[in-house]
Design a protein around this ligand. Structure first.
Ligand code: AMP
Length: 217
């Protein structure tokens, strides 16, 4: 049983946050909240939020802070998050981190730990451009590093696998640049608060999962 149950996973796109969050949430009953997955769903379902987010998500830009913060706050207020959550892809800017802290205070909760996944840019680009995702359940695979048993088919639910349009080389590079400019300052922000733990995200899920288990235990 892990002791730190209110978690933020921080790291560049492709650093392994989503893959490990999925493993940990299944193992430990934490709710995996991927803001990227929520946006992709809203866009697919053509909701109001989806319409507002579409342009940013498809071009690799960031959705405006207030829109994201509001969405996360309302997701966290749902009952299933009471025993713990993993935020994957949020916060992504300093204003989002501040808005989030205020929202958590209001509901009497706090972050227990921020896990930073480290990985070099060359590997990140290789992973992103070979990544494939299940249309149905959102599970991540990778043509090079984590291929599914049957090509194009999800091992978990049999759904069809596809490549995200924002995982093209050009857009992936753009997203890494945005990460370095807008998200990387959160490392210092959470370090100062004494909340940061770092893990090597370059090793692959079998080696990185135990490292994460260690820091959240
Ligand atoms: P991800 O699946 O985490 O790579 O997110 C995909 C896209 O969703 C990002 O490139 C952004 O356009 C949008 N997005 C996800 N999370 C956030 C966030 N916290 N702030 C702003 N935009 C976000």
């Amino acid at each position: 049983m892990i002791t730190k149950r209110n978690l933020v996973f921080l790291g560049a796109p492709g650093a392994g946050k989503g893959t490990i969050a999925q493993i940990l949430s299944e193992k430990e009953g934490l709710v995996h909240i991927s803001t990227g997955d929520i946006f992709r769903n809203e866009i697919k379902n053509e909701t109001e939020l989806g319409k507002k987010a579409r342009h940013y998500v498809t071009t690799g830009g960031l959705v405006p802070d207030d829109l994201v913060a509001e969405m996360v706050a309302s997701r966290l207020a749902e009952g299933d998050c009471a025993t713990g959550f993993i935020l994957d892809g949020f916060p992504r800017t300093l204003p989002q981190a501040d808005l989030f802290e205020t929202a958590l205070e209001k509901i009497g909760r706090k972050i227990d730990l921020v896990v930073l996944f480290n990985a070099g840019e060359e590997l990140l680009l290789k992973r992103l451009t070979a990544r494939i995702i299940c249309k149905q359940c959102g599970s991540n695979f990778n043509k090079i590093f984590m291929p599914p048993e049957k090509e194009g088919i999800c091992d978990k639910c049999g759904g069809e696998l596809y490549q995200r349009t924002d995982d093209s080389l050009e857009t992936a590079k753009e997203r890494l640049e945005i990460y370095n400019k807008q998200t990387a300052p959160l490392v210092g922000y959470y370090k100062e608060k004494g909340l940061l733990a770092e893990v090597d995200g370059s090793l692959g899920k079998d080696s990185t999962t135990p490292l994460v288990m260690e820091v959240v235990s």
